[in-house]
Write a protein that binds this ligand. Structure first.
Ligand SMILES: Cc1cc2nc3c(=O)[nH]c(=O)nc-3n(C[C@H](O)[C@H](O)[C@H](O)COP(=O)(O)OP(=O)(O)OC[C@H]3O[C@@H](n4cnc5c(N)ncnc54)[C@H](O)[C@@H]3O)c2cc1C
Length: 175
């Protein structure tokens, strides 16, 4: 397995094509990680939640970390973001967040699925965004991938945009 660093542009491309990530926040010395759906737009990640532990913790300490990845058989790309939590209160900002998030059908479901004891959905939405302050990415490619296998390695499981990223490392002369 050969591991390569992704450029900032490639990292943002991975985020733009990924919807599911892991959000880490911390209180004191205690980290906390949960899966979330997000939408990436320029230097921001947009997401939505109902109040709970992660919102309480991010309000107290806005420094967070988000990991997202793409796995295609033996190839992978992972991106790590260090960022800052920011709640969206203005109607225009919330509308913008909804517009970003609603590209995924049922985008509200996991965040809105929390229930209170009598079973009534507790739908008090919190829209927030994470400012991408630092971003790094890596991708892993099978060592069997050499220029000689150029035409044989068009993996049907790889989407075109991901193939372009991997191609930079497989065939540097083509870029
Ligand atoms: C595929 C997927 C996508 C999701 N997308 C979103 C999203 O976009 N927005 C969103 O708000 N939520 C999303 N969730 C749910 C999210 O992962 C959290 O479970 C949920 O938001 C509650 O987090 P909380 O901090 O408010 O926990 P609380 O309800 O306050 O619960 C506190 C305690 O419950 C436990 N807990 C909470 N969540 C989990 C969990 N997932 N697994 C195991 N233990 C848990 C922890 O021990 C935590 O200390 C998604 C979940 C999945 C599986």
């Amino acid at each position: 397995m050969l591991i390569h660093e992704l450029t900032r542009h490639e990292c943002l491309e991975v985020l733009a094509r990924t919807q599911l990530g892991r959000l880490a926040c911390a209180r004191g010395m205690q980290p906390y990680v949960v899966p979330i759906y997000f939408a990436c737009k320029e230097d921001w990640l947009y997401s939505f939640s109902v109040p709970g532990q992660k919102i309480d913790w991010m309000r107290a300490n806005p420094l967070v970390c988000v990991e997202a990845d793409q796995m295609r058989r033996e190839h992978w790309a992972t991106v790590v973001v260090f960022g800052r939590y920011e709640e969206l209160s203005a109607t225009s900002e919330r509308t913008f967040a909804v517009n970003q998030l609603q590209h995924r059908a049922m985008w509200w479901e996991p965040a809105g699925a929390k229930t209170i004891p009598d079973g009534t959905p507790a739908m008090v939405p919190v829209f927030y965004r994470i400012k991408i302050e630092q971003i790094t990415g890596r991708c892993g490619l099978s060592e069997q991938e050499t220029p000689d296998t150029k035409h044989a390695n068009a993996d049907p499981y790889e989407e075109g945009w991901m193939r372009n990223i991997f191609r930079r490392f497989r065939h540097p002369a083509e870029r």
